[in-house]
Design a protein around this ligand. Structure first.
Ligand code: SF4
Length: 307
């Protein structure tokens, strides 16, 4: 009886120790993953970094990325502000490639806001089906087309305060349109941008508006649009959410998160996507600079890419 009691105590002790260890690991993990508070950045070496040093490192990362992606551009195909606005709304929850494969049919049938505003929703739904959430997206693009016709004479406005009045258009979409169709500087805080700037400890903010303000303060306004392209391209090609290709990353010495992904150069190279991995890009009609650099256009819907 006594022996059994002793054994029970030993088992209980072991279980308690195991529980404490698991708790400790969870706590350690949470601390490691906790974003840096704003203004308390750390250098890649893990030492506290002054605001001036952070600005220098951030700008250096942007310069390096500009060399890696000199042809970085918006990855949605468009020929005018209306097409870019619609394509950006459609790109929620899907890839730009899928949108680019879908919009040629949409814009051939409904080339203007007036056409799309007056469209039969069921016909639009059928065209948008490959983009996913096609009923909601049909409502969004026909709704915003009606807004354009009724409030802005069928023209896409070139001001942030007007764009965000359109149904389904938030700041992120508005900045994409302003930056790429109107040449007005803007920071696009999408999922890639949020992940990368947190890995680089540029900011500890978690809300898109605050990230936009914090990162905007590190760069001159004239850099904002290209900076957004560089960061998003790096996120899509190398610094992936699950397995960043650290071993193939040209900014590894500047990155506090180096080692979060694959560090073996050979294995890391196999993780690269799009043109860095030897595959076509996302645009069916990419800019000439991209083609000149050896990039390949994406295939139309249903075609075999040949890669
Ligand atoms: S070193 Fe790794 S985590 Fe850092 S930017 Fe490169 S791929 Fe991303």
């Amino acid at each position: 009886m006594k022996k059994a009691a002793v054994e029970k105590t030993a088992v209980q002790k072991k279980a308690a120790a195991k529980k404490t260890a698991a708790k400790k690991t969870a706590v350690e993990k949470a601390v490691a993953e906790k974003p840096q508070p704003a203004g308390k950045s750390k250098s890649p070496a893990g030492k506290p970094e002054s605001p001036a040093a952070l600005v220098r490192r951030a700008r250096r990362i942007n310069r390096e990325l500009a060399e890696v992606y000199p042809y970085a551009h918006p990855e949605l195909d468009f020929e005018n502000p209306f097409q870019l606005l619609v394509a950006t709304v459609l790109s929620a929850q899907t890839t730009d490639l899928r949108v680019n494969q879908t919009t040629p049919t949409l814009f051939a049938k409904y080339p203007t806001p007036e056409d799309l505003a007056a469209a039969n929703p069921e016909e639009v739904e059928e065209i948008l089906r490959p983009c996913g959430f096609f009923r909601a997206k049909t409502k969004s693009v026909t709704g915003l087309s009606k807004g354009l016709v009724e409030q802005f004479g069928g023209e896409v406005p070139g001001r942030l305060e007007d764009l965000v009045k359109l149904p389904g258009v938030g700041r992120k979409t508005a900045f994409v349109v302003l930056g790429n169709a109107f040449g007005r500087p803007g920071i696009t805080v999408d999922t890639h941008f949020q992940r990368l700037v947190r890995r680089w400890r540029w900011t500890g903010e978690t809300e898109p508006d605050k990230i936009e303000a914090a990162v905007g303060a590190l760069f001159p306004k004239s850099d904002w649009t290209d900076l957004s392209h560089h960061v998003i391209w790096h996120g899509r090609r190398m610094c992936h959410a699950r397995k960043p290709a650290c071993g193939a990353c040209p900014i590894a010495p500047l990155c506090p998160a180096y080692g979060e992904g694959e560090t073996d150069p050979e294995k890391a190279r196999k993780l690269l996507k799009y043109e860095k991995g030897g595959f076509p890009g996302q645009r069916l009609k990419p800019p000439q600079a991209y083609l000149d650099a050896g990039g390949r256009p994406a295939p139309p819907l249903g075609a075999v890419s040949g890669t």
